[in-house]
Write a protein that binds this ligand. Sequence first.
Ligand code: NAD
Length: 283
Amino acid sequence: MFNRIGVIGAGAMGRGIAQLFATSGQQVQLYDTRSEAIDEALAFNRKLLERSVAKGKLSQDELDAIMSRMQPATDLKEFKDCDLVIEAIVEILEVKQKVFGELEGIVRTDCVLATNTSSLSVTRIAAGCQNPERIAGFHFFNPVPLMKIVEVVRGARTDERYIQGLVELADKAGHFPAITPDTPGFLVNHAGRAFGTEALRMLSEGVATPQQIDRILRDGPGFRMGPFELFDLTGLDVSHAVMESVYEQFYHDPRYTPSFIAAQRVAAGLLGRKTGQGFYRYE
Ligand code: NAD
């Protein structure tokens, strides 16, 4: 169903999604408003694949073939022949709605439009579109090639055919597709509130330091990362936007109250790995 895939946004998620599908055999075009982001994404992906070659997990020919299936796009209009477009841009409803509106004027009517939103309502993103039935959530996790699960989110008007198409595509790429309803935070970021938001509350109450909380949650219940390590990996700007969005959508249920600590740290640019400093420092 999906041979040509367009990816919008060449950041942490977009580059991973591009690599995943180029590896599974699809032709991928990658677009970003910042052309340098596309160059950086392709260089980043090449480096990852080179590591696999060095480890003997991939041949040089396979690397070349995967890289040749990931092409930069300089304009959204180049997505006109895509069967599927996946959006992975900034987590702001109005910006995503604008991009989907623009896309509808470019792609064929049978092209499926998917959003990698972490927490915004897929139904609301689709609300202003002429064909909301072809819009679905396709929510990957960072880093995409390694986190082998994806939420396939059914908006209020998404056509079941497209949900099944995305499920098959995810399966083919080796990712487990979890079909979820379009509820705030879907499954992972709803359940994850207890992990992230509560850890920030513990910090603001002076119960423990980020290092202590991370260590306890790794060594006790056995999480692979503690919540502060995960904030630094995800980017606190992205995580804080998710916390605010889930809180809004649950009509300010106090269980989901975002943290002033996170708001302050975002304002200070302490976003995590991508800025060199978050709850931890990175060289
Ligand atoms: P990012 O900041 O790393 O990358 C976003 C990219 O989008 C940037 O390169 C930016 O230049 C580009 N962009 C912004 N507006 C654009 C537009 N109008 N048109 C084209 N390009 C545009 O962000 P990210 O972490 O990759 O997150 C992207 C999306 O994925 C968000 O919706 C986020 O909630 C979601 N998400 C993030 C994570 C994560 O762990 N970081 C996990 C799952 C989902």
